[in-house]
Design a protein. Structure first.
Length: 223
């Protein structure tokens, strides 16, 4: 059986109805993958030819930075209940109980081939009012430029919906990736790729929450 093709959510085609694709139940995986500048430099060093080429690549590798991106999901339910699933504060969530969204691990370097993954249990989609997928730089200098960050939503039968985190402005340290909500009776995924910089204010989760009027209250957390 041929797997369904990957659908790219872009500026010109930013939304997709999961109902129209028959994705109305079961688990849907949200994968974040990116290329760490240090991992890319180390790979280049390993592929470099000649003594001077290897030395130059080794110096670049030593100077390259590690970047820790954190994938998260803000959940607002139909009964008004709100929460967040993220590595910060060890709020990894749960699939078979509230909030029916879970994060599998915290990839701190971008070196893991599988990246970071959220799982959303669509068997409980009637409980969801809004699911906001977001990502931010937890540790590491700079911004998202050059990280080649990609988020892919994959259903159990193989439907794939991809969002590339492109057009990153300077100093952008966080991004609202996509908003999943009910629209005219259907569950719709909408591409956002809305960037946030330190100038938007401290506490990136609070800034994103207020931008989307999710009404969440935040306390300091650590991991």
């Amino acid at each position: 059986m041929t797997e369904p093709p990957t659908m790219n959510l872009t500026k010109t085609s930013p939304t997709v109805s999961l109902d129209k694709h028959g994705v109305t139940s079961g688990l849907i995986k949200v994968n974040l993958n990116w290329t760490s500048p240090r991992a890319a430099a180390e790979q280049a060093a390993g592929e470099a030819r000649g003594l001077f080429g290897r030395l130059r690549a080794s110096f670049r590798s030593a100077a390259a930075r590690d970047v820790d991106l954190d994938l998260g999901c803000m959940v607002r339910c139909t009964d008004g209940t709100k929460t967040v699933v993220q590595a910060l504060g060890n709020a990894f969530g749960a699939v078979n109980r509230f909030p029916y969204v879970a994060l599998d691990k915290d990839d701190r370097t971008g070196a893991h081939a599988t990246g970071e993954n959220l799982v959303i249990n669509l068997d409980h989609q009637a409980d969801f009012q809004k699911l906001l997928l977001f990502v931010y730089i937890y540790d590491g200098s700079g911004d998202f430029r050059g990280l080649d960050a990609v988020v892919t939503l994959t259903s159990e039968r193989g439907d794939r919906f991809r969002v590339r985190l492109d057009d990153c402005p300077p100093q952008a340290h966080a991004c609202a990736i996509a908003l999943i909500k009910r629209q005219e009776g259907e569950l719709v995924v909408g591409r956002e790729v809305r960037w946030f910089t330190p100038q938007d204010g401290p506490g990136v989760q609070d800034v994103i929450s207020r931008a989307y009027r999710l009404g969440m209250k935040w306390t300091p957390g650590r991991k």
